[in-house]
Design a protein around this ligand. Structure first.
Ligand SMILES: [Zn+2]
Length: 498
């Protein structure tokens, strides 16, 4: 027998780049960093939002971040005229459900033989999938630094990203022999009692010569006076200090989450699936940034663009988006206001109020978040005429109660963009009428800014599991749709009766 042919060969280079992005982006801070790396390589310039006189010029490429966990990137078309052009925005979210280290990480009792850390559930994860996985830690650590390295020097609190690349934590299942028949049937996780991971065994720690006490006496003397350190698992602090090559006593706080060390992989007999953590919603983040970068490399894209082409990746979608950097924050409205005003000030031809109102009317947000593909073993859970399949094209999500922002006109605009670019027809998703409907950032973008929006996404299985699955071809479908959006939106919008 000859070897089985793979039908996805053309799609694999993009899939591999996307998988590398997924593996590097183990938390929102790293997702923003991975995006910044792509943008910098393509010549995007960082803006300092705190500068009251930022410079933005026609034809320029820029980005800025907030809280290091949300990012705004944009290009200014050379044909853009303030008040007459709009913002073409692709929005997505950088966060995924995970277990975060509690503010007071120390959990172990003095008598316990296992050293554990306390964790908090972030978002609505399928927590049973976190058992028996090779878990590690990533996020950011705040360290106090003495700028001049002497006692009189000014102090500075630095933020360091950290990603530990080996499995140091585990949430073990309870052996089947120790469960009653009812417990086996239920497999119910108590989020407080059952999810705390094991970091080490106390006996092993003793063998290494590490003291059982929190930190050395010297460290304690230098402890950051507010008593923060005494509530932290000392072994965890030691690990962070050694990874970052800093003194333990310089650590003043952290924001860390657990992640699965297993790298993403191609799956299916024809290599037609990507199996990975955080596909919801890193797939959208990667495709949005890649589409913007690819467009800037196309001849004449920026030269002919009459708009601002923008990507906004928000943190905190999984917990409702109501934060200073989520989709319900003023981040996008402020971007539209400020960028159009800075560009307008050079021509000084439109009154500021008119400028914002007219710009919003001309603008459009493509909100991208992963969609539910038909699960063959649970087909009855899906509405029978709205069943997206993997590798069959992007999905438009609809809900008359506005859990999704898609309207008649915004849905038609996306279908027209796909049609004019010869892309696979868009699939349609809605939930059964006896089932609750999820939501995403589209309705929040629309309600906070007044900008029209459509909700789309790549179809996937196992949403919110520690390991999810999507179609390899849908990465290509998504990238092509996003590029076509930036290229064709204006002409499609102009051809539609408003
Ligand atoms: Zn999502």
């Amino acid at each position: 027998m000859p070897p089985l042919a793979t039908t996805t060969g053309d799609h694999l280079p993009l899939a591999r780049n996307a998988m590398d992005y997924f593996d590097r982006s183990t938390d929102p801070f790293h997702a923003v960093k991975s995006s910044v790396d792509m943008l910098k390589e393509a010549g995007f310039e960082e803006l300092d939002e705190t500068d009251p006189s930022i410079t933005v010029v026609i034809g320029g490429k820029y980005y800025y971040t907030r809280n290091k966990s949300s990012i705004v990137a944009f290009t200014v078309g050379e044909a853009y005229r303030p008040g007459y052009g709009g913002f073409k925005i692709i929005g997505a979210h950088t966060d995924s459900p995970n277990l975060k280290i509690k503010p007071r990480s120390k959990r172990s009792l003095k008598t316990s033989k296992s050293i554990q850390v306390g964790v908090e559930c972030y978002g609505g994860g399928l927590w049973h999938t976190w058992f028996d996985r090779d878990l590690s830690l990533s996020g950011r650590v705040f360290c106090r630094r003495n700028l001049d390295n002497d006692d009189d020097g000014a102090e500075f609190i630095e933020q360091r990203l950290i990603k530990i690349d080996r499995p140091i934590l585990r949430v073990p299942n309870l052996a089947i022999h120790l469960q009653t028949a009812e417990e086996r049937k239920a497999f119910k996780v108590n989020n407080e009692d059952h999810l705390s991971p094991i970091l080490a065994m106390a006996a092993q720690k003793a063998l290494t010569g590490d003291s059982n006490d929190d930190t050395s006496t010297e460290d304690k003397e230098k402890d950051n006076e507010d008593g923060w350190t005494e509530y932290q698992e000392p072994l965890l602090l030691k690990l962070l200090a050694s990874e970052l090559d800093i003194p333990i006593e310089s650590i003043v706080d952290f924001e860390l989450n657990l992640y699965d060390c297993q790298k993403s992989s191609l799956g299916g007999i024809y290599n037609e699936f990507v199996n990975s953590a955080r596909l919801d919603n890193l797939a959208s983040c990667y495709l949005a940034v890649q589409a913007l970068v690819d467009c800037t490399k196309q001849d004449d894209f920026i030269k002919n663009d009459q708009d601002i082409s923008m990507v906004v990746l928000y943190d905190h979608e999984e917990i409702g988006s109501t934060s200073a950097v989520g989709a319900a924050s003023p981040i996008l409205g402020e971007a539209v206001k400020r960028i159009s005003a800075v560009l307008n000030s050079k021509e000084q031809n439109v009154a500021l109020y008119d400028l914002y109102e007219a710009t919003v009317r001309k603008s459009f947000a493509l909100s991208s978040d992963q969609a539910h593909a038909l699960h063959p073993n649970y087909a009855s859970k899906h509405e029978k005429n709205h069943q997206p399949q993997m590798n069959a094209g992007m999905v438009i999500k609809r809900n008359a109660n506005q859990k999704y922002a898609t309207s008649g006109p915004t849905g038609i605009i996306m279908r027209e963009i796909a049609r004019r670019s010869n892309l696979p027809p868009l699939q349609e998703f809605m939930v059964r009428q006896d089932c609750g409907c999820g939501s995403t950032i589209g309705p929040l973008i629309s309600s906070t800014t007044g900008i029209r929006a459509v909700d789309v996404g790549c179809p996937q299985l196992s949403m919110h599991s520690i390991r999810e699955t999507m179609g390899v071809c849908d990465l290509t479908n998504g990238l092509e749709l996003f590029k076509s959006f930036f290229i064709h939106f204006r002409s499609v919008d102009d051809s539609l009766e408003q």
